[in-house]
Design a protein around this ligand. Sequence first.
Ligand SMILES: [Zn+2]
Ligand SMILES: [Zn+2]
Length: 165
Amino acid sequence: MNCPVCQKEMVVEDFGGVNIDVCKDGCKGMWFDWMELAKLDEQNEGLGLALQEALSYDRANDNRGQVKCPKCSLPMHIHMYEASKEVNIDECYQCGGFFLDSGELKVIKESFMSEEERAVYMQKLLDASTDFKKAQDDLETEKARTQAIRNFTKFMCVSYYMTGK
Ligand SMILES: [Zn+2]
Ligand SMILES: [Zn+2]
């Protein structure tokens, strides 16, 4: 799969049983497939190493406007990450994937989000995904999607991968 920003071939990295595409040779952006995110759970181990590396990437200038989903080629939608106004998360409403620019994970790690803020943020992501929901008649798919968003917000919470909680 090619990076939506620089078009370089992305490398699949194992984040503890969850495959995340990283733009290693290019902008160091990361692609989170929602089906992969749905696999994340509290028991996951081994997130450490790959994450450590991802966290060492420098912040990239993300004043690049809208990008297209590497999977569906449709324009992606931008969400602000609540605790840090500097982080934009690109989300594809078609396939539900997320893209984080280089260094954004680090900014997120350094911003604090309370349990409450996280819940609000997750609800926002879910609400914004109405197009995606409309495309899904399957209740199981919607359930998995909700789980993926929950896991995504949890994953972005520092305490999750620093303490496993
Ligand atoms: Zn790239
Ligand atoms: Zn897509």
